[in-house]
Design a protein around this ligand. Structure first.
Ligand SMILES: Cc1ncc(COP(=O)(O)O)c(C=O)c1O
Length: 457
């Protein structure tokens, strides 16, 4: 663990990660921005990772890093769990793509049906983005209504229909590169506002579906809890609209059956990905049999075309089956949630003890830290989903434009202290033990001191 000195944070980061710096110079000549996913962007350069196991990953300069990116949420069992590795290795030797039906896809789909309450039928896709694309198209076919409603700050992948209001400025109805005629099919309302939903649905009969991240946009930046979901289910049933839970993050994470199982609210359609495929690429849409039936050719009914080279790919299926077998026990979700609870509570104890204007919040295995926070403090230890929601849940305060200078400085400091935190946020896996979490809290303490030395918090 390092301590604050007169040498600048960026200089110390640059000196400690020379292999990553060198690789980034090359990467910039290949990729726009040098990285291959927007949220992997970092200044002065990102770390390059060569191996990962359990709660850790190791970079090309040999640092061991506690990982809170967890594969953008895809890793629940920790990195490279032995059972998933063995299943993929076995399948690799048998073939990676048959261009044909196979046993594993049936087993994989049956696991989804067994675990996810809304899953009467399942259709595999190549990613979560494809799953939400399919959800909206099927909803259009089922209802005959072209538009859908979403919540500001909720992320559903990067296809044209769902990018409206995903990022600040949330009030904007247009998105660079998306035709206005396409964007106009999306009606975005403030998060956690049931009246706004009901008003919008009553005012516009062209809206056929409502989609949301069921624990809140950007995995709970503005947390959503059970009462809202129950209210939303009621509104959608009363006004005859299709309710879509986008459980790409929360599915198999919050509970084996996702947020819908935990809160006892069953949507009509559910998009899934990430943990679904055990850390390999893959997604699916699950839901009502009569809605997924539009994929079938039926006399007198329109059929939705759905090819996709990597649908139910055998390698992803092997990883998915191995992962879901363990998810089905409930143990990984319990452990990941317990790690999230411990991390949030320990951080808030630290911030109170040091009298720092900071707070940690979030639900389940999702953790966020707010620097420069002068609001009320959590009254005591919180559970899985009953902690304080700062700023009264205000979207722009919780998930508005980021202070990237401060955010990159925090990442640099945390990396120097052996932790890869997602800026001021992260998710836990079942391998984030008490000891790992407590090490992380110590790393946060030292990192905040480093930012203080630079006047950044
Ligand atoms: C809630 C949610 N929906 C959809 C997606 C898109 O999934 P994918 O990246 O697999 O296309 C994501 C990805 O992070 C997500 O978090």
């Amino acid at each position: 663990m390092v301590t604050a000195t007169a040498v600048s944070l960026a200089d110390r980061y640059t000196a400690a990660f020379p292999g990553s710096k060198r690789r980034f110079e090359t990467a910039k000549t290949v990729f726009p921005t040098g990285v291959t996913h927007d949220t992997r962007m970092m200044e002065p350069f990102p770390v390059y990772v060569s191996r990962a196991k359990g709660a850790y990953k190791w970079d090309v300069d040999g640092h061991q890093l506690v990982d809170y990116f967890v594969g953008h949420g895809a890793i629940l069992l920790g990195h490279s769990p032995d059972d998933v590795v063995a299943a993929v290795q076995e399948q690799m030797a048998k073939g990676t793509h048959y261009g044909a039906c196979h046993d594993l896809e049936i087993e994989w789909g049956q696991f989804v049906r067994q675990l996810v309450p809304s899953a009467e039928r399942v259709r595999f896709t190549g990613s979560g983005t494809e799953a939400t694309l399919m959800a909206l198209r099927l909803a259009r076919l089922h209802t005959g209504r072209p538009k859908f409603l979403k919540f500001r700050g909720h992320f559903h992948g990067w296809h044209d229909y769902v990018t409206v209001a995903s990022d600040p400025p949330y009030e904007s109805a247009s998105v660079p590169g998306v035709p206005d005629a396409v964007a106009a099919n999306c009606v975005a309302v403030p998060p956690d506002d049931l009246n706004a939903v009901e008003d919008a649905l009553k005012a516009d009969p062209q809206i056929g579906a409502v989609i949301l991240e069921p624990t809140g946009g950007h995995w709970g930046a503005v947390p959503i809890r059970g009462a809202f979901l129950k209210g939303l289910r009621d509104v959608c049933t009363r006004l005859d609209r299709v309710l879509i839970f986008d459980e790409v993050i929360t599915g198999f994470r919050v509970a084996p059956g996702g947020a819908q199982e935990y809160y006892g609210v069953t949507p009509d359609l559910t998009s899934l990905a990430k943990i679904l495929a055990g850390g390999l690429p893959g997604g699916c849409l699950a839901g009502r049999a009569d809605i997924l039936a539009f994929i079938e050719p039926r006399p007198g009914k329109p059929k939705m075309k759905h090819p996709g080279t990597y649908n139910a790919n055998p390698l992803s299926a092997a990883a998915g089956v191995a992962a879901l077998k363990r998810v089905a026990t409930g143990d990984p979700c319990r452990k990941a949630n317990a790690a999230g609870v411990r991390l949030r509570n320990r951080l808030n104890e630290l911030f109170a003890a040091r009298d720092w204007p900071m707070v940690a919040y979030g639900d389940f295995s999702m953790v966020r830290i707010i620097p420069d926070y002068h609001g009320p403090r959590p009254a005591g230890a919180a559970g899985e989903n009953d902690g304080l929601v700062p700023f009264g849940g205000d979207l722009n305060a919780l998930d508005g434009p980021k202070n990237t200078k401060q955010l990159y400085a925090m990442r640099q400091a945390m990396l120097l202290n052996g932790v890869d935190l997602w800026g001021f946020a992260g998710m836990t896996s079942s391998e984030h033990t008490d000891a790992v979490v407590d090490d992380t809290v110590r790393a946060v303490e030292t990192s905040v001191e480093m930012l203080q030395a630079e006047g950044l918090v």
